[in-house]
Ligand binder design. Structure first.
Ligand code: LMR
Length: 400
């Protein structure tokens, strides 16, 4: 039965962690997966999470199954965090929310829904994109295509290329948009460009599906980072789907907490869409885990914890900004002929360096510096004290 099974390739991101764990060098650095580390390169549990957990423990909750659609108070706070207190769609009860397993699980339910109800549609995904997007939509049985996004010459957005490719997509196609902090490039459209993308979706009948995995981590403001989906839904009156993750902004990686949301055109559609999402979730994992949803509810739903959370998020993104500056400086002093300013221009957790696969492999082998083969460095995994070491490794790899 199993004889014909071939070895699957390692995951482009989680495979890096596997290689890192096998390396016994004391110099090793894991700049692969986007997971926040402290200046001592230790994982961080936010204080607000610890406080929320204390409250949860004192509630003496049971371990019953959650409803297939998730924890009701969580579903309410998560939709509000995404769409805003003044959201027209929320006031008009045109929002569907299903608690799901962080970003990936939410995207997968959305993908399965598209495969069932929009069979034959093509899903347009930015080039480059997060290492799991093609797996998720492809495994759900959807056709996928790429649209231009990154301009290697300017290390910025190829906006004209993006508009040209999306304009040529057939009406009814789905477009995956990174809501903020584009992964892996750290390059986002400006508000003016977002407005044009929204208008293009409207004019060409393209369906926007946002992946919001870094709300609060891009600009440091939860509101600003949700500007694009809010604009599409409330200003432009578009129907959208949005996946959300609390892995990065609340550091709840292993708790697998997130949501799939849709803004639909009429309140009557809400129970119908939700019933289909529940149908898919039931057959996939039955119902979502409780603990993370309770934590999010305590933090987002409580004014005091909510403001503390914002401060802790600023500390995390502030540390990454400092690390960016230190790395840029270290590279400028070693290789002044090259323009390294992109490192502090890119936002979010990552730096997309343009390094080749061979250069990355050189860093893995000689320097024990692990990053993804596309040259993406997770700066959330770098400390100020290791910036010089990384710069040495990068310069050596580039000169070899
Ligand atoms: C990443 O891009 O490193 C993160 O989104 C983690 C993951 O699941 O790949």
């Amino acid at each position: 039965f199993f004889q014909e099974v071939e070895q699957a390739p390692p995951d482009p991101i989680l495979g890096v962690t596997e290689a890192f764990k096998k390396d016994s060098s004391p110099d090793k650095l894991n700049l692969g997966v986007g997971a926040y580390r402290t200046e001592n390169l230790e994982p961080l549990v936010l204080d607000v999470v610890k406080k929320a957990e204390e409250r949860i423990m004192s509630q003496n909750n049971n371990k019953e199954y959650l409803a297939v659609e998730g924890f009701a108070p969580f579903r309410e706070v998560t939709a509000r965090l995404l769409l805003g207190d003044d959201s027209k769609a929320l006031k008009e009860k045109r929002v569907v929310t299903l608690q799901s397993l962080s970003g990936t699980g939410s995207l997968r339910i959305g993908a399965a829904f598209l495969a069932k109800f929009r069979a034959g549609t093509t899903v347009y995904i930015s080039n480059p994109t997060w290492g799991n997007h093609f797996n998720i939509f492809g495994d759900a049985g959807l056709e996928t295509a790429k649209y231009r996004y990154f301009d290697a010459k300017t290390i910025g957005l190829d906006f004209d290329g993006m508009v040209e490719d999306l304009s040529a997509a057939p009406a009814g196609s789905v477009v995956i948009l990174h809501g903020c902090a584009h992964n892996p490039t750290g390059v986002d459209p400006t508000k003016e460009q977002w407005k044009k993308i929204a208008q293009l979706c409207k004019d060409k009948g393209l369906f926007p599906f946002f992946d919001v995995a870094y709300q609060g981590f891009a600009s440091g403001s939860l509101e600003e980072d949700a500007w694009a989906p809010r604009h599409f839904a409330d200003e432009m009156g578009l129907e959208i789907i949005v996946s959300q993750s609390y892995s990065k902004n609340l550091g709840l990686y292993g708790e697998r907490v997130g949501a799939l949301n849709a803004v639909v055109s009429s309140a009557d559609e809400v129970p119908k869409v939700l019933s289909q999402w529940k149908r898919i979730a039931r057959a996939t994992y039955s119902n979502p885990p409780t603990h993370g949803a309770r934590i999010v509810t305590e933090v987002v739903g409580d004014d005091a914890l909510f403001s503390e959370w914002k401060k802790e998020m600023e500390e995390m993104s502030g540390r990454i900004i400092n690390v960016r500056a230190a790395l840029q400086k270290a590279l400028e002093s070693r290789m002044p002929e090259k323009d390294w300013t992109f490192i502090t221009r890119q936002i979010g957790m990552f730096s997309y360096t343009g390094m080749t696969k061979e250069q990355v492999e050189h860093m893995w082998e000689k320097w024990h510096v692990y990053c993804t083969k596309d040259g993406r460095l997770s700066l959330a995994g770098l400390s100020l004290s290791r910036a010089d070491y990384l710069a040495d490794a990068m310069v050596d790899a580039i000169n070899t």
